[in-house]
Design a protein around this ligand. Structure first.
Ligand SMILES: O=C(O)c1ccc(O)c(O)c1
Ligand SMILES: [Mg+2]
Length: 626
């Protein structure tokens, strides 16, 4: 029995040349690779060189694939198929890999018949045994005669040869909508290899979907966990391999994709173990997904001059300076349950972030039940732990690096962290101003390149007990921005991810001008947006001006009465509603490279983000912004 997870990834899943792929795969923590024949053919070196390179990276070649169009060939073509296979067996011996994947035949020449295919495999088993090789049969979802793992299993069962087994691939089973439960009946020693892939649910041709849109388990919509539970129930303890054909991944960063892969695999196995507690599984142990109750603080990094602008704005928004860090140049501003930190240190992480991105959010504090357990789970999932020297008496707050390079701290109630503001801060005695009625952080919006959205979503959903809301398209006059929210059940933690495809969109400009800063806007919640708007006006707040056409349309779309429309218009408040409730939101002016604040009020169970209003907000921002 294996004592550790045999984690594996196909070389096709990762961008780069062969060397870059291996380096990224090894660094991410995988034990082995599936070598795709194409990658070998493209590589300019002998099989022995490949074998040595793989070994030098501490990896093992666990599978050679694919061998195509083998079974069911008419008599005149049959011998040719065996000859081809033998040539590849010799190559495999040189590469030092003993398992070959044969995918089901797609050739128009091929003939059907379970017994004919079984005879071919029984014969192939003999050739393979002579060369110490085992062969696994995989049903491609678009195979000409065999396209279902149950039929592939029947072929393997009838072939009845020790060197012939089945290879299961979650995409082919789940992509065709087949119930994975039938896998439970396959004897474990006949499952030679397991490939895992997810995919977003999009109606399209199976082959095209498989070759271009697969993604890591948990990144798509297929029930990969149910598939893996069925595999685990057989007692299978062989390699678990990610075979991800994805256009974006092919052009992505080898290291990021490899790291996402490892994270998704470890997270999947953790989910499987929790769902099937009676099955012994070899996967790293870690605390369950972390339940968060929201954002405890948001920290800006800036310099002394720019800090003044930020402080003025916070004051206009109704915040009061409430404290000063005991040893660092960090100010605490507060309103309701919202804590904003302004860091003007001239060294340390915040300062490096300032030098890189300018005035920006460098740190987010997330409230959890157990901060240490959170850092442990994140660490097992491959996140980089973060710590910075603190002076005696100050708290050492568990933290990690987020995907974009910012820091995430974890605050809990069960330790001294509950007294963070008393211990690390000297409280200001000046009385709080009455504020404008902002009570909590409703959401933060992070911007990234479109290609990075899956990475970000996986990061949050694997660490925190959250779900992804379906993607929405936001039209910016300069291009499309995709937006997807990650949120927890009670809505206390909401992070929206905005993926920019073009540099000219507001989102695209923000990431290019800040060199990849991520938090583009912060939305504060009010319990009474009209009262808040009035108080803001008193403070000299300038709301983003929305077009009059917008309000005309609003009246038509929702049949709002004129009195409400007038109130919305007067305060430049945008409006949305659905069966669950209403959403009122108003925006401030843009700062520097395109950061802004939003103030929102949700009524009843409204759970969205006013996506329908985004194009009008963006147009207004573009008009208002030089
Ligand atoms: O798309 C293909 O042809 C292909 C080849 C080999 C596999 O293991 C697979 O799942 C798909
Ligand atoms: Mg496959």
């Amino acid at each position: 029995m294996a004592t550790s997870m045999k984690s594996c990834i196909a070389t096709v899943s990762i961008a780069g040349d062969f060397r870059e792929k291996l380096a990224a795969i090894a660094r991410a923590g995988f034990a082995g690779i599936e070598i795709f024949e194409q990658d070998f053919i493209a590589f300019d070196g002998r099989p022995e060189d490949v074998a040595r390179m793989v070994k030098d990276h501490g990896l093992e070649i666990m599978l050679f694939q694919p061998f195509r169009d083998f079974e069911g060939m008419p008599d005149t073509m049959r011998q040719r198929a065996f000859d081809r296979a033998e040539r590849k067996f010799d190559l495999m011996n040189q590469l030092g890999v003993d398992l070959m994947l044969v995918c089901s035949n797609v050739s128009p020449h091929s003939l059907g018949g379970i017994d004919r295919a079984a005879d071919d495999f029984a014969q192939l088993g003999e050739y393979a045994a002579a060369k110490d090789i085992r062969v696994g049969y995989e049903a491609l979802a678009w195979g000409r005669h065999i396209s279902d793992h149950r039929d592939a299993w029947e072929v393997v069962r009838r072939a009845d040869h020790a060197h012939i087994g089945i290879i299961l691939d979650s995409f082919h089973t789940l992509g065709r909508g087949l119930d994975p439960q039938s896998i439970r009946a396959i004897p474990r020693d006949k499952i030679f290899f397991v490939q895992l892939a997810d995919a977003p649910l999009i109606e399209m041709d199976l082959l095209y979907w498989s070759r271009h849109f697969r993604n890591m388990p948990g990144e798509g919509d297929l029930p990969v966990q149910a598939f893996m539970q069925a595999v685990a129930a057989t007692g299978y303890d062989g390699p678990l391999s990610l075979e991800i054909f994805n256009d974006q991944f092919r052009g992505g960063s080898p290291w990021t994709i490899a790291q996402d892969g490892y994270r998704s695999l470890v997270c999947l196995m953790d989910d499987v173990r929790r769902a099937e507690p009676d099955i012994a599984l070899y996967a790293p142990s870690m605390p369950p997904r972390i339940v968060s109750s929201g954002i405890e603080f948001i920290e800006f990094t800036t310099d002394t001059d720019a800090a003044e602008t930020l402080e003025q704005l916070l004051a206009v928004l109704g915040f009061t300076k409430a404290g000063q860090h005991v040893s660092k140049q960090v100010q605490l501003w507060r309103q309701g349950d919202i804590n904003i930190l302004i860091n003007t240190e001239e060294n340390g992480f915040a300062h490096s972030a300032y030098l890189m991105h300018g005035t920006s959010v460098c740190d987010i504090g997330i409230r959890v039940e157990d901060a240490t357990a959170t850092a442990t789970r994140a660490g097992v999932l491959g996140a980089e732990l973060f710590s910075q020297p603190s002076i005696p008496g100050e708290l050492d707050i568990p933290a990690i690096k987020g995907v974009g390079g910012g820091v995430i701290h974890f605050i809990d109630d069960k330790s001294d962290l509950a007294r963070l503001w008393e211990i690390d801060f000297v409280q200001d005695n000046q009385p709080a101003n009455s504020g404008v009625g902002l009570v909590t952080i409703d959401h933060i919006a992070q911007t990234m390149k479109y290609e990075e959205m899956l990475t970000w979503a996986l990061f949050y959903t694997s660490i925190f007990d959250t779900r992804k809301v379906p993607m929405v398209d936001v039209v910016d006059p300069a291009g499309l921005v995709r937006s997807r929210a990650i949120q927890n059940t009670d809505g206390s933690l909401r992070i929206t991810l905005n993926g920019a495809e073009s540099q000219d969109t507001l989102a695209g400009r923000f990431i290019s001008e800040t060199f990849g800063s991520s938090v583009q806007h912060i939305a504060f919640a009010s319990d009474d947006i009209f009262a808040t708007a009035a108080a803001l006006r008193q403070n000299g707040f300038e709301a983003l001006t929305i077009s009059l056409n917008y309000y005309d349309d609003l009246g038509a779309r929702f049949g709002l009465d004129d009195a409400l429309l007038d109130k919305l218009k007067a305060a430049q408040i945008l409006y949305d509603c659905d069966e669950a409730g209403e959403y009122f939101h108003v925006y401030g002016q843009m700062l520097g490279a395109g950061m802004f604040f939003e103030i929102v009020q949700r009524t009843k169970a409204y759970d969205g983000y006013g996506a329908a209003n985004a194009p009008f907000r963006i147009s207004a921002q573009k008009r208002n912004w030089a």
